[in-house]
Design a protein around this ligand. Structure first.
Ligand code: WTA
Length: 654
């Protein structure tokens, strides 16, 4: 089992409690632990009643027949018989209320002077127009549309347009390589690609269309490409296949009826790393996902109509899907989207934006907090952050030091921090404080969202005692659960429902303390959490061995001060290849080319041999121990050649 990168287990951490202020509690949706317990107990006793009531807040063309049932375990159906449309709920539903002229999306570009605000009426108009563009290009209900785009409003418009006509979007994070894009297009058989000439990164244009072009020849399913202008990069346009966004939009009609979708119709596919070299296409469906992100956004962020809410994630990740676009818009909120990075042009960019837009609720990742803490308080002090009332954290455990800085320096000791635990597969937040209800324990994601029943299991399937570590599972289904792995239901069962067939296996280790607080301790599989991004070590290994000089490789996690974890690669070169620092750099670049920058190993160590069992299996446990500098690397008796370990320790990269 992976060990925690944090020392969250200390008893002192468990005893420390931070209460929300009276002022915060006064306006909160859920105001006390007692109230939470009451809601929670009822939700678990009668989930159909609880979720049925929440679902009623949304617009259904036709009401569901059953809230929840298993089709064939573990495959589940929520709100079967119901007809609903996500785009309708995120837009049209607000147009008959005072919210029609409320800001739906505020976009801040990387250059300070680039910003745009869309009211609900305006966003609706753009979405309808683009939905008509999609239709004109032959996109129909059930077709897959791949998005490979920068953080510009058009990505949200494209998502909502897809959902309006029932097309299934599959977003590929703009930082992924062309090869990663190709794999995902191929697996989903996308009919269309929506991209941009390029994105801006610290003032520099970075190509996207060019990258896509390098693989589009191999993507037979793609019939059309729509290209947004963003970075002023010259691109080649294939006359029959490629079209400019702005030209297509010119004469598109702003009227487009939202398609009545079955609650269980597919909504989107999002690829995430797993334990093999092939990423999993997690499939989310329509009704349950929307109900789940709607309700979690409302309660976890305690979102009110006059809030300006900012989630700093990229839309290419699940956090961006659920908590920049769908959750906030379903609530009629004002959602801020930022194109740039936290440290450009200066390390106060985030705080400058908070001040500029008077952000009230701010949701980011621990890696960002740590990076900005390192830049120093002086960058924070330049700005008036008094608008903030709630802070959030996602992606990895937040270490006590970062928690304290976030709480004291950013939140000025008046903003609760919601440490939200969830995954691509869960659709929305599962373990989290409701900020007016729970005393916080820094480092703990606290308690389950109503309707969610987590447990910690030991290897034999029995429940762990208080403070005993084990596998985190979810015992009951919830509306936001990913329904399958695209085209691979067997993998869905194998990964999530085979170790403990009745429960959803999260792949994280965790423990629950005496007060019922959950402490997440890190992944149990070969997935590494680099700056909150999930990267499968198998994927990186297969990228490395695809280089002509590499015979074999093993990639393991290493603790990293800012990123939480990073990748350490052991590489065995082919016979006759000369070891050199230049080659190390080339290998790192190669990984960036094959997967993307986020997957670059921090360190590369050449190894003439790797520790293997007699049957040839690489002993990663030993490699992890070496990387973490442990004196005792554990039992080496099953190794074919135990002397290998000594060499690896001696030659370890500093
Ligand atoms: C980790 C991101 C501790 C965890 C929403 C999980 C966390 C993986 C937390 C999912 C948290 C996410 N505390 N660990 N608050 N949030 N994780 O699919 O290991 O990109 O399994 O979804 O991130 O990453 P994913």
């Amino acid at each position: 089992m992976e060990e925690s990168i944090l020392s969250v287990s200390s008893e002192r951490a468990e005893r420390r409690k931070v209460n929300p202020s009276k002022k915060f509690v006064k306006s909160a949706y859920v105001k006390s632990l007692r109230e939470y317990n009451k809601i929670y107990n009822e939700s678990v006793k009668n989930p159909a009643k609880f979720w049925g009531e929440k679902a009623k807040q949304l617009h259904w063309f036709k009401k569901w027949k059953t809230v929840f049932k298993y089709s064939k375990k573990p495959f589940v159906k929520w709100f079967e018989g119901g007809k609903i449309n996500v785009s309708y709920n995120c837009l049209d539903r607000h147009l008959t209320t005072w919210r029609k002229n409320k800001a739906a999306l505020i976009w801040q570009g990387e250059p300070e002077e680039d910003s745009r605000t869309y009211t609900y009426v305006e966003l609706h108009r753009e979405v309808c127009k683009f939905a008509n563009v999609l239709k004109r290009k032959g996109i129909r209900k059930g077709d897959r549309v791949c998005l490979y785009m920068p953080m510009i409003p058009e990505i949200a418009i494209a998502m909502l347009a897809c959902t309006r006509i029932g097309a299934i979007h599959s977003i590929v994070f703009g930082g992924y390589s062309a090869e990663s894009l190709r794999k995902r297009i191929k697996d989903s058989e996308a009919k269309m690609l929506i991209t941009a000439d390029g994105s801006l990164r610290k003032g520099k244009p970075m190509p996207l269309k060019d990258k896509a072009d390098s693989v589009l020849g191999k993507c037979r399913s793609v019939k059309n490409v729509i290209v947004c202008k963003r970075a002023n990069i010259k691109v080649k346009m294939n006359k029959r296949r490629d079209f400019w966004w702005h030209e297509e939009m010119k004469d598109a009609s702003p009227f487009c009826k939202a398609v009545e979708m079955d609650a269980e119709d597919p909504l989107f596919i999002l690829y995430t790393s797993g334990t093999t070299g092939t990423p999993k296409g997690v499939l989310h469906t329509t009704g349950g996902y929307l109900v789940y992100v709607y309700q979690t956004t409302k309660w976890v962020f305690d979102l009110k109509d006059d809030d300006t809410y900012w989630c700093t994630a990229d839309v290419g990740w699940i956090t961006g899907h659920s908590y920049i676009v769908y959750g906030p818009l379903a609530n009629g909120a004002t959602s801020l989207m930022f194109e740039g990075v936290p440290t450009y042009p200066e390390p106060d960019r985030f705080w400058q934006i908070v001040e500029k837009y008077k952000v009230n609720v701010f949701y980011t990742a621990p890696t960002v907090v740590r990076a900005l803490e390192r830049e120093g308080k002086k960058w924070v002090d330049k700005h008036d952050l008094s608008s903030l009332r709630l802070l959030g954290s996602v992606g990895e455990p937040i270490n006590p030091d970062a928690w304290n800085w976030y709480y004291n320096v950013i939140g000025k000791r008046k903003c609760p921090i919601v440490d939200t635990w969830w995954q691509t597969e869960t659709g929305g937040i599962l373990i989290t404080p409701l900020p007016g209800a729970m005393p916080l324990k820094p480092g703990s994601a606290t308690m389950p969202f109503p309707g969610v029943v987590p447990a910690i299991l030991k290897e034999d399937g029995s429940e762990a005692a208080a403070n005993e570590g084990g596998d985190l599972v979810i015992k009951k289904s919830w509306p936001g659960i990913g329904r399958t792995v695209w085209k691979n239901p067997k993998r869905y069962i194998d990964v999530y429902f085979s170790k403990f067939p009745d429960y959803y296996l999260a792949g994280d280790a965790a423990k629950k303390d005496k007060d019922g607080y959950f402490w997440i301790m890190g992944r149990i599989d070969d997935v590494v959490n680099v700056s909150g991004h999930r990267i499968g070590t198998a994927e990186v290994e297969s990228a490395l061995v695809s280089h002509k000089t590499v015979a074999e490789s093993a990639v393991v996690p290493m603790s990293h001060e800012i990123k939480g974890q990073c990748l350490y690669a052991f590489v065995t070169l082919k016979r006759g290849v000369k070891k050199s620092d230049k080659l190390k750099i080339e290998l790192v670049k190669h990984v960036a080319r094959v997967i993307g920058h986020i997957a670059k190993p921090e360190k590369v160590q050449f190894a003439d041999a790797l520790p293997k069992t007699r049957s040839g299996k690489i002993m990663r446990r030993i490699l992890k121990a070496i990387v973490e500098g442990k004196k005792d690397v554990g039992d080496t008796t099953t190794l074919a050649d135990a002397s290998v370990v000594k060499t690896l320790i001696r030659e370890k990269e500093k």
